[in-house]
Design a binder for this molecule. Structure first.
Ligand code: CTP
Ligand code: ZN
Length: 158
């Protein structure tokens, strides 16, 4: 019995907070960065990488004790991991399960990397707008200058 429980030991459940599940493999640290978590304050954060998953083969997972995400944070996660699931945990129960959703048009989360793009001009009140050309790996096309942004250009902004 003891051996058995050792073998099946998994990351512990959390009491209150958020479990971000089905993160694309290798993206857990990007999720952490996107959420501005540096480990210097806040509650317990658990990161699991390369966990076996029925749906994805292997996946990453992030558990954040004592924090629920706001809609903008969920949208950012959708950009880098379009199949992630956000579970809100209260008193050990999953009270809400939400699949992130990458919209076909991304507005207001990131900026165009081309400095000369009109969306970067201080005098023009234009909202940065991008079309999703490819989901995974992410490629976005700027509505104003047609410039293509790669995943790396997007991650740099968080
Ligand atoms: N979880 C947790 N702490 C809790 C409750 C759940 O860390 N108090 C974690 C579970 O370990 C799991 C995720 O939150 O990784 C989602 O929980 P649940 O919906 O119970 O699991 P599944 O049914 O496997 O989820 P899905 O169908 O989305 O794969
Ligand atoms: Zn542009």
């Amino acid at each position: 019995m003891v051996l058995m429980s050792k073998r099946t030991l998994r990351v512990s459940k959390i009491r209150n907070g958020t479990v971000i599940d089905h993160i694309a493999r290798g993206k857990a640290l990007d999720v952490i960065r996107i959420l501005g978590i540096d480990g210097r304050s806040g509650g317990v954060v658990t990161i699991a990488m390369n966990v076996p998953s029925k749906k994805l083969g292997t996946k990453d997972m992030v558990k954040i004790e004592g924090r629920e995400l706001n809609p903008e944070e969920v949208d950012r996660i959708a950009l880098i991991s379009p199949r992630a699931t956000i579970n809100i945990i209260r008193n050990y129960r999953v009270v809400e399960k939400q699949k992130v959703k990458l919209p076909p048009v991304v507005q207001g989360i990131i900026k165009c990397i081309k400095p000369s793009c009109i969306s970067n001009s201080k005098d023009e009140p234009v909202k940065p707008t991008f079309y999703v050309e490819q989901e995974d790996p992410l490629r976005l096309r700027c509505h104003y200058c047609n410039n293509i942004m790669e995943e790396e250009d997007i991650l740099k902004q968080f």
